[in-house]
Design a protein around this ligand. Sequence first.
Ligand SMILES: [Fe+2]
Length: 181
Amino acid sequence: MVPPFGWMAEWFKRASDMKTKLNPTQNDLRAKTRRAMIELLNQQLADVLDLGFQAKQAHWNVKGPHFIGLHELFDKVAKELEEFTDDIAERAVELGGIALGTIQIVAKRSRLDAYPLKIASGKQHVAALASALAKFGASTRAAIDAASKTGDADTADLFTEVSRGVDKLLWMVEAHTQSKE
Ligand SMILES: [Fe+2]
C-alpha cells in the first residue's frame, strides 16, 4: 500500500519490529495482525485523549457573546470523545495488548498541535478545536484503511464509527464560522 502519511510508514515498521509479549487470548486474529492493531490503536488513543483534553480546555476558557452555546458544545465534544477513547483503549486490550493511556505517554505520542493557552474568544477556540478535530479526523480515516489492509475488519469498523462521529463534531464546531448571520 502507499501510506497516506509519513507516520503510517513508521507505524508499519514499529508494529512489525515489536516483539512485545501479547496477553494470551483465544481471539483467532493472527498475532502479527493483533500487534499491528495494538500499535495503531495506541497511537490513536494518545491523539484522542489529547483531543478530549483540548475540548475541555476550550470548555473552561471560552468567553464572549456566544459563551453559553460554545461552553456547552465544547463539553459535548469532550463527552463524545470520551466514549471513543474507551472503545479504542479497550480494543487494544481485547487483542492482548496494554492500553497506553497515561498523561506521560500521551504527552510524548500525541501528534496534535499543543492547544493555545492564551486564547479567549469564541472565534479563537472554535478555530483551534476545529483544526484539532480535523487533524484527528484525517488520521482516523487513515487508520480505517490501515486496519482493513492489515485484515482486521473490526478495528476498521471501530475507526469508521469514530471517524463518522468526529466528522459530526467537526461540523458542529465549524458551523460557527460558516455564516455571519
Ligand atoms: Fe464543566
